[in-house]
Design a protein around this ligand. Structure first.
Ligand code: GLV
Ligand code: MN
Length: 195
C-alpha cells in the first residue's frame, strides 16, 4: 500500500508538469469509465529474448486509474525453460497466482536463506517487500503468472542488469573484486546484456 488516497480516485495525468510523489489527477470532468479498465494483459508477452520471459506491467504508467490506490499487477509469460531473472521491488511486496504451467518460485531473505516451491495452476505465492526473487518455468509447455503489488509503481531492480548493464557501467574493478574473478569473466557476462 502506498499512501492513502484523500478522494475516491485520482486518475493519473501522466503528462502533468507538476513533480509530486505520484501523479497529479486528471480533471474530474475528463475522467471516463475507460480509465478504470485495462486490457494490457489480454495478449501474451514476447518471450523471444535471452531469458525466455516477458513482463507486461499494469502499473500506474500503463494503467493511470490505479494512481494513489496503492495497487498494481503484472502479467508474466514464460517460454519453456524461461526465467524471470532475480530482481527486487523496492516499494512493494508481491503476490502472484499461476495461471498456466509449472513454475519454480524462489526468494532469498536478507539472511541469505532461500525459500522456493514449484507451483501449478491456481497456486499462489508471496514475496516480502524488497527481497530478491525469481520465477522459472520448469514445465514442458509455456507458463503464465499474474502478480500483484501493494504499490502503484513497485519499481524493479533486475540484479543482473544493475550490476552488468548499468549506464554508465560500474567500474570493472568493482565487479572483479566483488566476484573475485578476472576481467574476462566480467566482460563475458556483460556481453550477454547488450540488447
Ligand atoms: C514477478 O516477479 C513480477 O515482478 O511480476
Ligand atoms: Mn517481482
Amino acid at each position: 500500500s502506498d499512501s492513502d488516497p484523500l478522494q475516491d480516485f485520482c486518475v493519473a495525468e501522466l503528462n502533468g508538469t507538476l513533480s509530486i510523489n505520484g501523479f497529479p489527477c486528471k480533471p474530474i470532468s475528463k475522467v471516463r469509465s475507460s480509465d478504470f479498465f485495462f486490457d494490457g494483459f489480454t495478449k501474451e508477452g514476447n518471450t523471444s529474448n535471452g531469458v525466455g520471459s516477458a513482463v507486461t506491467s499494469g502499473n500506474v504508467l500503463a494503467f493511470p486509474g490505479v494512481n494513489t490506490l496503492g495497487i498494481s499487477m503484472n502479467r508474466v509469460d514464460f517460454a519453456p525453460g524461461g526465467v524471470n531473472p532475480p530482481h527486487i521491488h523496492p516499494r512493494a511486496s508481491e503476490t502472484g497466482v499461476i495461471i498456466r504451467g509449472e513454475v519454480l518460485v524462489g526468494f532469498i531473505t536478507t539472511g541469505n536463506v532461500y525459500h522456493s516451491k514449484v507451483l501449478k495452476f491456481g497456486e499462489m505465492f508471496v514475496i516480502p517487500r524488497g527481497l530478491a526473487h525469481f520465477q522459472m518455468n520448469v514445465g514442458k509447455g509455456k507458463a503464465m503468472v499474474i502478480t500483484a503489488f501493494n504499490s502503484q509503481l513497485p519499481g524493479t531492480t533486475i540484479l543482473s542488469l544493475a550490476l552488468f548493464a548499468s549506464n554508465p557501467p560500474l567500474p570493472i574493478k568493482v565487479l572483479t573484486k566483488t566476484f573475485q574473478v578476472e576481467e574476462k569473466v566480467i566482460n563475458d557476462i556483460k556481453s550477454k546484456f547488450i540488447f
